[in-house]
Structure formats: C-alpha cells, structure tokens
Unconditional design. Structure first.
Length: 680
C-alpha cells in the first residue's frame, strides 16, 4: 500500500494529461487528489490507486508555479514532503517545496516516465505480458474462429467445422440426420473462415421459408450480418450494374433465382469465395433433364472455390439426384453415374476391411486381396506386410485407412452423423387414437378428427403443441374453426409471406402469447426448430417415411429436455389407419429413427399404394409382417456393411472430444484474465 500524505505531488498513470496532482485528504482507505492544472478532482482507493509519486533526481531541471526553472542540486524530506534545492540560470540558490511545483508538468514520453520513476506495478506488467503470450497462443490455436459462437460445445459439430474449415477450398456435403445441427456446422465453418480471412464473399441460398431463420441464426449465434436480397432490394440499387457486388455476405432464396433468371447471371458474375445451399435434396437431376435449380447451382459451383451443400436426406429423391449433388461438390471424382453404382457394389468388402483395420484386427487373405484390388497402389503390399510388425503396424493401419477414405465412396466430401453414433436425443412416446365415423372435411365441426383435437387441447391445458398436416387449406380450416371455439392458434403455411411466417413462429414461441397450438402445413417439416415444445400432433400421415421423420425432427433434436409426445389420430379402417400400423408395427419409426425406412418404402411403394385403395384385411396383415421383416433385413445389412469410413470421416471420436476441452481452456483463461484485471 502506498503512503499518501497531504501536500505530496502524484501523477495519474491513466490520465497523465491532468498534470501534477496534489494530495488533499487521506481517510477511510480513500485518497483525494486535486489536479490544479485542470481543476479535476479524483478519489481513489488507497490500495489500488493508479498513481505514481513525482520524485525528481539531482541534475533534473524543474519549474515552479511562477514559471522559474532551476537545476536540482540537493533533495531533502520533511514530514514526508520533498524540498528541492538548486541553482537557476543566473546562479542564484533556490529552494522549492514540492507543493509549489508547476501544475502543468506532464510525463508522456516513455523515457520521461522512466527517468522520473513513474513505473507501473509489477502486477500490471506481468498481466500485460501474460496477455500477449496468451494472444500469441490464441492466434496459433487450431480452434481460433470456432470460438465466440453462441452454441453448445457438441463434439461432432466442432469436429466437422474444424476438419472442413481448415481445408484450402472446402467443398463438402453436410448430411447429418435431422436434429444434429447442420446449420450450426455451416455457421461455424463460415465464422472460422471469415475471421481468419480465408473467405471474404459468401452467398447462401435457402428455401424461401427459411430465409429469416438463417438471417437470425447467423447474426444471433455467430454475429455474421448477412444482407437479405430479393427483387425489391435489387430494384432499389439502380445505380449499380450488379447489386450482388454491393455486399460481401448475401442471403437469397432458391425461389428468387427461379423467378428472376436475370439475377442468376448477375450472381454468377459477382464472384464468390463460398456458396452455401440449404435443403439441397430439392436439386433434382437426371441424365436426360436436370432441373433449372440444379443447373444454376452447377454453374455457381464451377465459379467458386468453396461449396457447402446441406441435406438431412441425401437420397430422398433417388440415387441419381444424390450422385448429382456429389458431382456438384467434386465433378472430377463423380463423373459417371454408372461408375458410381458399380463402386457401390464393392461397399460391403470395403466396409469389412475398414472394420478390421479400425479394430486393429489381423486381415485374412480375402480382406488383403480385396484391399489390393481396391487400392491398386505400388506400396499396398508393403503396408500389408507392415501390419504384422509391432513397430510399424499402427502407422500402416493409419495409412491404409486414409487411403481407403480418399479412394472409396464419398471420401472426405460427405459428412453424415447418425443418431446411433451421436448421443443426447430424447425418448419418444407415441399415442394412437382410433376414431369412429367418417371424415368430413367440408364441415370440420362434425369431423371426428377435429372433435378429437378439441378434446386433446383441453387435456393438454397450458402445454403447447405443434400440429403438422399436409395441406395449407387444412391449416386454414382448422384455424378458423378453432378460433370459433375460442382456441388461439398460430398458423404457418406456404401461402403466407416470409415475414408473416416468421411473425407466426415468433408469436408461438413467445411465452407470454396466448397461442397454445401452432398449425403447420408440410412446409413446417423443413429447417424449423420447435424443440421448446414436446407435443407433436400428426394430423395426417405422409406416405414418405423420410418426410415423417423430418416432421418428428422439428421437436426431436439435441437439446430437447422432455420426452417427445406423438399424438396420431386416425379413422378406423381408413388409409390413415393402415399408414399408422405400417409406420408403427412395420417400421417402428414413431419410437426411433429408422435408417432403413426409406429403402423399405422404395421397395414396397407399389404394394402400399394398392392397399391404400382397398380393404383387404388379410393382405394388410401380410403386408405389415412383410414390412417388418424387410426392415429388419435391410437394417442388418446396413449394420453389417455400414460405411465405417463415412463414420470415421464424419467424426473421429478421440479428436472430437479434444476440441471442446481446448475451447473451454481458452474461455476459462479469458474469464480469469477479466477477474485479475478487476483486482488490479
């Protein structure tokens, strides 16, 4: 603690422009300082005052309040106050008490502060030194750029972002299952590359219904300010030949480019470092007639270094469209659809070899021969021989796995994590409600399903629920009739404008709103996150299992804190009854995601369509059993030959677990640094 005495002169370390300060009062662990040059008064804590004692040395030239200068020849102290003795220019002897020093004296230059003994406390120097050292470590940190996002530290998301963002030109497809956070992964990659100056201009293309959700997510979670472009904004920029060159970060809808082909040419000419396309499974392709949306994205992909495609259902529109999207990412590797199909035939032997390598088990002759046939490398024989050596086995296994990863299947361009490998999802409970009577869409007040809905809402009380059905007209009918019954509901369908949809979603999410129910058409199945609700009403069932699992995925996501309650009404002996039994007894998709469901549906689609139009009880029972058996066979085949190379590329467990700990170390040091600054 400094010893302050009234009459002493001190300098402020933080406000040197105030001049010399005069100690007025010292009491109650407080020191009052008057800076006469400016008339300012400051009160500091004695043990933490940013002040330095002004103590001139013999030989220094000092100045009095009367502007007379002299050279110090001797210094004495009397009751803690300094008295300077010296000689002026005329040779006269002068004595000056420190209280009479010129108030305007300042020590701004480093050498002046050094020569007058105006040193900072050692704690401040050590803090600055430690800060500089930590900043250097931060600049070299492998997770720099992954920090700062308002997201949970989920290992598989950080791993994908770290793996992809560090590439020279990321060209990847993010195909994690519903609810695993593909938008977060894309945001982390963009944040990393923009922060590290690896990318400067980004174009994001999304379905129109997700425009504002992406806009808000990028800003709220990553502080990335994207500009929303539509035809109205482009027309306002008449002074610019190309409106897309006026912003660095641009967000557009797929429908915008479809409606205004002129804007496609401008976007292509604008020049981008990175293009992101959400819900990429809508890009349909066939060798005979690719869709217009696909052709536009293809042209974009040829002009940019970085390309990120997002889809939870990469094969929803068939293998041809899946191949076409892979072709967008890497046209040199995926040049022929027939070659792509031929390579898939080798899937199981590759999976078996990868499984043995990953488990560090010896390879039999069949597995070794498969590797030789698949890899066709000059050194494959040597690597296989090294597997039997204790010193070289681990390195040989790693090299073989990496070569397999680069040469087989989707390689390093596809990331797909599944719910089986990523933990943290809630459980589900399904509630089926068989109803009597006939459907009456013309008069909802007499429709058994509508009457059931009213009863369910009464039972739920203040608990909120999301209802998803197929058609927008159904949403409008339900909203009108519920309103007549005094039930407040928000609506969300494709006939609304984007702003209207976002307002409806925000109104429903507001805890203070009176809306107990959100009515969604099928458009609510894509991209939206309603995990703050745990009641989902499936008012009708689609015939596509992927679509059903997308509906459930709006609530069944990482971070959901409750058991998902699925409510499924159906009229007995109706097509909906058959679909309920098919999904429940045959595919078991209400209880958990079924990776084989879509493959089963593809095989049984014609038979299902026939049964939906007839009432053959015996045929229906046989169909349910057949579905259950086929689902089990396909799931077992997928398990036996599952693409462990794809799983390895999507998330290496050991490396993934290290990234969150590194992130927390940096955050912990930052918090500690702030605490220490507050102390000093």
């Amino acid at each position: 603690m400094n010893d302050f005495i009234s009459g002493q002169r001190w300098m402020s370390n933080t406000e040197s422009e105030l001049g010399l300060g005069l100690i007025l009062e010292v009491a109650f662990n407080r020191v009052t300082v008057l800076f006469l040059a400016t008339g300012a008064k400051r009160i500091y804590a004695q043990d933490n005052a940013p002040l330095t004692r002004v103590h001139f040395a013999i030989g220094d030239v000092i100045e009095s309040t009367e502007n007379s200068k002299f050279t110090v020849t001797a210094i004495t102290s009397q009751q803690g106050l300094l008295i300077y003795t010296g000689v002026n220019e005329k040779g006269e002897q002068i004595e000056l008490e420190e209280i009479d020093l010129n108030h305007h004296i300042q020590f701004n230059k480093p050498q002046e502060r050094l020569f007058t003994g105006q040193f900072d406390p050692s704690a401040w120097f050590l803090l600055r030194y430690e800060t500089w050292r930590k900043l250097q470590q931060h600049q070299q940190s492998p997770i720099r750029g992954l920090q700062g996002g308002r997201t949970s530290l989920i290992a598989h998301q950080l791993y994908i972002a770290h793996e992809a963002a560090n590439r020279f030109a990321p060209r990847i497809m993010l195909a994690d299952e519903v609810g695993l956070g593909k938008t977060i992964e894309a945001g982390l990659i963009l944040h990393y590359r923009l922060l590290n100056n690896l990318t400067h201009r980004v174009l994001i293309i999304v379905p129109e219904s997700l425009l504002h959700q992406w806009l808000v997510e990028m800003f709220r979670r990553f502080n990335l300010r994207f500009s929303l472009f539509d035809e109205g904004r482009c027309l306002e920029m008449r002074d610019s030949d190309n409106p897309f060159v006026t912003e660095q970060l641009v967000l557009c809808s797929q429908q915008f480019f479809s409606r205004y082909p002129k804007r496609q040419a401008q976007a292509l000419a604008a020049g981008w470092d990175m293009v992101v396309v959400d819900e990429a499974h809508h890009l349909e392709w066939s060798e005979q007639q690719p869709s217009a949306d696909y052709q536009f994205v293809k042209k974009l992909s040829l002009t940019v270094q970085g390309l990120i495609l997002l889809t939870a259902t990469p094969e929803q529109l068939g293998k041809e469209s899946h191949f076409a999207r892979l072709r967008l990412v890497d046209p040199d590797r995926f040049y022929s659809f027939s070659a792509f199909l031929a390579e898939e035939q080798q899937f199981e032997p590759v999976a078996q070899a990868a499984k043995l390598l990953l488990a560090a088990q010896p390879l039999d002759e069949t597995a070794q021969q498969n590797l030789k046939n698949l890899l066709k490398l000059d050194n494959v024989e040597a690597l296989l021989n090294d597997l039997s050596s204790e010193d070289k086995a681990e390195n040989a296994r790693e090299q073989l796995i990496n070569v397999l990863l680069d040469h087989h299947g989707t390689g390093r361009i596809l990331f797909r994590n599944s719910r089986q490998t990523v933990q943290g999802f809630p459980k589900r409970q399904r509630h089926g409600y068989p109803l009597q009577g006939q459907a009456n869409p013309e008069n909802r007040l007499q429709d058994p399903t509508f009457l059931w809905l009213l009863d369910l809402l009464k039972q739920l009380g203040k608990q909120r629920a999301v209802l998803i059905c197929h058609a927008a007209q159904t949403v409008l009918d339900l909203e009108r009739n519920l309103k007549n019954r005094g039930v407040a509901a928000a609506v969300f369908h494709e006939e609304m404008s984007i702003i209207e949809r976002d307002r409806a979603a925000a109104y429903f999410a507001d805890q203070e709103s009176s809306a107990q129910l959100l009515l969604c058409s099928e458009i609510g199945s894509e991209g939206r996150n309603f995990q703050f609700v745990h009641h989902l009403i499936l008012f009708d069932l689609p015939t596509n299992p992927d679509l059903l699992q997308q509906r459930i995925g709006r609530l069944d996501r990482i971070g959901q804190q409750h058991v998902i309650q699925l409510h499924i009404p159906y009229l007995e002996n109706s097509p909906q009854h058959l679909l309920f039994r098919w999904y429940d007894e045959g595919l078991n998709v209400f209880a958990q995601n079924n990776c084989a469901a879509q493959a089963v549906a593809d095989k049984l689609n014609l038979e299902l369509s026939t049964l939906l139009t007839c009432e053959n009880a015996q045929a229906i029972e046989a169909f349910i059993v057949k579905t259950h058996t086929l689902s089990g066979e396909i799931e077992q085949a997928l398990h036996n030959g599952r693409d462990q190379l794809l799983e390895l590329n999507s998330c290496r467990a050991e490396e993934a677990q290290v990234l969150p700990s590194r992130y927390l170390i940096v955050l912990g040091w930052t918090s500690n640094r702030i605490r220490r600054i507050a102390i000093f």
